[in-house]
Design a protein around this ligand. Structure first.
Ligand SMILES: Nc1ncnc2c1ncn2[C@@H]1O[C@H](COP(=O)(O)OP(=O)(O)OP(=O)(O)O)[C@@H](O)[C@H]1O
Ligand SMILES: [Mg+2]
Length: 407
């Protein structure tokens, strides 16, 4: 790989200027380009990972809008300190606006009128400075399992159903795709109304109680007593039989629990409580992805909006996917879908159809959907979501690994 080769991620909404910029970057022989047609805000947490996987993050902003500034601050707070962030702005950007961008954490503000050669010179300059610091960082990086947290926009919407069946799907080997299964742990952190145990016909477990009373000591003995293997590769940590007061656990205990599980498993799937408790912060902080289960009724969408705001306050870089339950992916989206999508500032990619028969039968028998209705529309939808998530999360790992190798 040439000494001055740069990997660049470009984040820009489609438009004449952005297209021209993409074209210029694509033409540069020393640049490998990944393009995202979105604003920095819309990248919804992915920007942190992209920043870790590329030499340079280049994004286009029209004028230093508050939203962009907030997104830059978030990116700066979460990203590797070696990440280089460059803003491309219209030529009439004022010095005051450029100053605001720099204060928010941008390394350089470049006018979109730069010629191809000027642009290449600036990119080379910044790519070199990124490389100088990235080696130390990658050496300390440790391989940890991925954490997927599942939240609900209203009670009874199907969050536990999704958490349990998603964990099951991620754990199962796929003969068709020749993919081996993963080691997965499903954790019920809904301490008061926890439903994972009854969904999978498992006994409640006192381990979380003990964790609260033993000062948070997590060792092999505690883990062995806490975890039950439901099916090959799928381990479960159920909630205690007696509802626990939500403040029984501390931030520090939950932080260590998540860390210990991520060291032992490839994937940790967490069923979150409905209440916004203090110890959610470490779960959110360690989450690689959150799935927020909702329907498209107006009250649910408004609650989902409030939750997204609250969760991203704790983890500004958190990537949240909205999952619409009880609704088949529509061929043509209705007006209420468009409105809801606008309120949540997200496209809806995951839909789980209303499928009461297998849902009921799985609960009655205490088994995952895959064991009793592998071909049911609901099972297929959750399988597709699991495959997509695993692919996304793996890809971000691979990109990071390749990146490390070449440095
Ligand atoms: N797509 C679906 N089609 C039909 N029934 C479903 C679907 N998803 C979930 N259900 C059913 O809805 C009920 C509630 O689901 P679940 O317990 O997963 O919701 P929850 O959001 O975890 O609720 P809680 O607020 O009690 O934690 C269950 O009986 C489940 O089988
Ligand atoms: Mg539940």
């Amino acid at each position: 790989m040439a000494e001055d080769f740069k990997s660049v991620v470009l984040i820009a909404t489609p438009g004449e200027q952005a297209d021209r910029l993409g074209e210029t970057l694509r033409e540069l022989p020393s640049v490998s380009l990944e393009e995202h047609k979105a604003t920095l805000t819309e990248m919804n947490g992915q920007a942190v990972k992209l920043a870790g996987a590329h030499d340079l993050v280049v994004f286009r902003t029209d004028h230093a809008r508050e939203r962009d500034l907030a997104a830059i601050r978030a990116l700066r707070a979460q990203a590797d300190p070696a990440a280089v962030i460059l803003a491309i702005t219209p030529a009439d950007t004022s010095l005051a606006e450029a100053g605001e961008l720099t204060r928010a954490g941008v390394d350089d503000v470049l006018p979109d009128t730069l010629t191809r050669d000027e642009l290449e010179t600036r990119l080379t300059h910044w790519a070199k400075s990124a490389r100088a610091t990235s080696i130390e960082v990658s050496e300390t990086a440790q391989s940890l399992g991925k954490l997927i947290s599942v939240a609900q926009a209203r009670g009874g919407i199907g969050a536990t159903t999704l958490a349990a069946n998603l964990a099951d799907q991620i754990a199962r080997p796929s003969r068709r795709r020749k993919a081996p299964g993963n080691r997965v742990v499903l954790v019920d952190l809904d301490l008061q109304f926890g439903g994972v145990g009854s969904f999978l016909d498992l006994e409640p477990n006192e381990a979380l109680f003990q964790l609260a009373s033993n000062g948070g000591k997590i060792d092999g003995t505690w883990l062995d007593a806490a975890l039950v293997e439901k099916t090959p590769g799928l381990f479960v940590l159920t909630a205690p039989a007696r509802p626990m007061p939500l403040d029984a656990l501390t931030r520090d205990q939950v932080d260590r629990l998540m860390g210990a599980l991520r060291r032992r498993f490839d994937y940790v799937v967490v069923d979150l409580p409905r209440a916004l408790v203090e110890w959610l912060a470490p779960v959110l902080k360690q989450s690689d992805r959150m799935l927020l289960v909702t329907d498209t009724a107006v009250p649910s969408i408004h609650q989902a909006r409030r939750l997204i705001d609250s969760f991203t306050e704790d983890n500004l870089g958190l990537s949240i996917n909205v999952v619409i339950n009880h609704e088949k992916k529509p061929m043509i989206r209705g007006r209420h879908h468009t409105e809801a999508s606008k309120v949540l500032e997200r496209t809806f990619d995951s839909w789980i159809p209303h499928d009461p028969k297998p849902a009921r039968e799985a609960v009655d028998r205490g088994v995952p959907l895959s064991s009793i209705a592998a071909r049911a529309p609901m099972t297929r939808a959750i399988r597709a979501l699991a495959q997509q998530l695993v692919a996304d999360l793996d890809r971000s790992d691979q990109v990071a690994a390749t990146d490390t190798k070449y440095h």
